[in-house]
Design a protein around this ligand. Structure first.
Ligand code: SF4
Length: 201
């Protein structure tokens, strides 16, 4: 894995990445990369959808609206607070059967992993928020969302808080106990965000 000296150099190479298409996966580069301007929080989602790919910005679709409602942040605030990374960064295309987008394979996730690893090394965020089961598993080794949502984890020097995916596709939030877990997690994330706004002592 290449070690980058600057986030600008990493993002320049990430923007031109074609690892998955070179490996034969039906993925649609270019990657969707969030803005960078000294954020101290890192948001780690699954993959961009069609709307994000069209806009070239993260969290533009229905799931993004739900996530912003959860966090009480508008589009601008979300990107001001969080550097937005994801498990895979290119739109994976629609699922061949059924609703929704194709799930990127474990190999695509592996091919993409170094971008987030290097981002985290260079940015050294104080807060990491994972969104969805795949992101929590990749970054925190969490096996079951129910065991993790509502809790916080040490992640290097950062505090990591897992959230479920806001798309609602899994039905995980239909369970009242899981909605209570989400409420606890959101209280924690909002408190951490408020703490980031305070001057460092
Ligand atoms: S998903 Fe990640 S590894 Fe695959 S082509 Fe896009 S940026 Fe590269």
């Amino acid at each position: 894995m290449r070690r980058y000296r600057s986030i600008a150099a990493l993002r320049r190479d990430n923007a031109a990445c074609v690892r998955c298409s070179d490996a034969g996966y039906p993925i649609a580069p270019p990657p969707v990369l969030g803005a960078v301007h000294g954020q101290r929080a890192f948001l780690f989602g699954l993959a961009p959808g069609a709307l994000e790919a069209a806009a070239g910005r993260p969290w533009r679709g229905r799931a993004g609206r739900a996530l912003r409602r959860w966090l009480r942040l508008d589009e601008e605030e979300l990107e001001r607070v969080f550097y937005c990374g994801s498990v895979t960064r290119c739109f994976p295309g629609r699922a061949a059967a059924g609703r929704g987008d194709r799930a990127a394979t474990a190999e695509e996730q592996r091919l993409c992993a170094s971008w987030a690893e290097e981002e985290l090394r260079l940015l050294r965020p104080a807060l990491v928020v994972t969104v969805g089961a795949v992101a929590a598993r990749r970054l925190l080794g969490v096996e079951r969302l129910a065991d993790a949502v509502g809790k916080s984890f040490a992640f290097g020097e950062a505090v990591a808080v897992p959230l479920p995916h806001p798309s609602g596709a899994s039905g995980w939030l239909n369970e009242p106990a899981n909605r209570a877990r989400l409420g606890k997690a959101l209280t924690h994330v909002r408190r951490e965000i408020a703490g980031l706004a305070e001057p460092e002592r």
